[in-house]
Design a protein around this ligand. Sequence first.
Ligand code: SF4
Length: 479
Amino acid sequence: MAVGVFDLFSIGIGPSSSHTVGPMRAAAVFAEELKASGVLAHVASLRVDLYGSLAATGHGHGTMTAILLGLEGFHPELILPAEVEERLAGIAGTGTLNLAGAVPLPYGVKDMVLRPLTVLPRHTNGMTFTVTDAAGAVVHTATFFSVGGGFIVREGEEDAARQELEESKKELPLPFRTAAELLEHCAATGLGIADVMLVNEKASRGEDEIRAGLLHIWSVMEACVAASLKREGVLPGGLKVRRRAPDWFERLKKECADGQDTDQDAAWDAGPFDPRYWQEWVNLVALAVNEENASGGRVVTAPTNGAAGIIPAVLFYALHFAPGMDKATGADRDDVVVKFLLAAAAVGVLYKEQASISGAEVGCQGEVGSASSMAAAGLAEVMGGTPAQVENAAEIAMEHNLGLTCDPIGGLVQVPCIERNAIAAAKAINAAKMALWGDGTHRVSLDEVIITMRETGKDMSHKYKETAMGGLAVNVVEC
Ligand code: SF4
């Protein structure tokens, strides 16, 4: 299937789309195959090999525990955070995994084989599952790659998947893979970027369903912030990073109410909103989402988990602070949400098609940079930008994220990731504002900057591609 808005915005658990969501999905697919092929009853032992970046940073990213849950048959979009804790405690306590939800098998994190220095040809995020029978004969094996944003590809099916993608694009009314093609559609139809995306989405589902789905995505983003603001203390993983969002929220409420007491039972997004503090609100939303992500909570990949705070933060800005929209109510606000997410997704498609949204492939520019660019496009769109201005906003945001490396301390999606989301959200807002004060003409096109991001990623040392072997990851003492 062609990449759609619900591929780029999918519901999962933290802390990483490529290292948590993708591996859980792959393990769940493998478990389903065992069931469907009838070999499950013959399984006597299991082996999981993790390669490259998955092995290097898997512990910090929750890869191994996500795989255990996937092997039990859980899917990232359905499992609840409470179930995660309960099942992981069960597996750790008994040393036994319930394979495909049906066959108890002695297995745990320590049994996984880590090969951080071995990178499989297709992608650095490789994993192989193998099961054998009582006689030691292999009854089923499969290798998967987690290619970013929670997407997985099975070894040997890369060409078929690519072919299927190309075929499915032919069925789209307004197919595009480059910004130039997207702008051509806008010029030919008179539609905006969000509407071009909507026309294509309608090839696979009705408009009501699309709208309801996108509003649900936004509600999950909001729920993620609400959950995070109630959780104090330090983030898991041993870095002792304190959750800042709850304290910031209390302070922000007071500042916006000029020191008056506020309704403690009011929803977190009930205001009051003082425009003097728009930046602090944007920071708060980004921090809250990423702190929740870092603790394994429910998040929307947007387009990845590590960058999950940027789009909610900028959309929050659009709804509450962007000129002309702060007073919008009810259905108007829903329109803003839908339009914002569609325009952002159109730009996300360009990154998926021409470069990568995987930190393990191109560094953090592919994760935080892509999200910042998508958010800038969404904001420019809902602020009334022309297609050329929206394209310009996306270009500016990525241009100033080029070269951004991935160097998470301790392999955890915490430092620099959490603050980086807030900074990238601010860049997205500034990029949209700059583009809207122009006429859409500009020297560097979005396609040129996307290709530059891809090439920069190719040239980047593997130390800076989600291996925790370079940058802050090696220059900061972990504790
Ligand atoms: S540094 Fe960027 S790409 Fe790397 S884990 Fe953090 S957010 Fe993801």
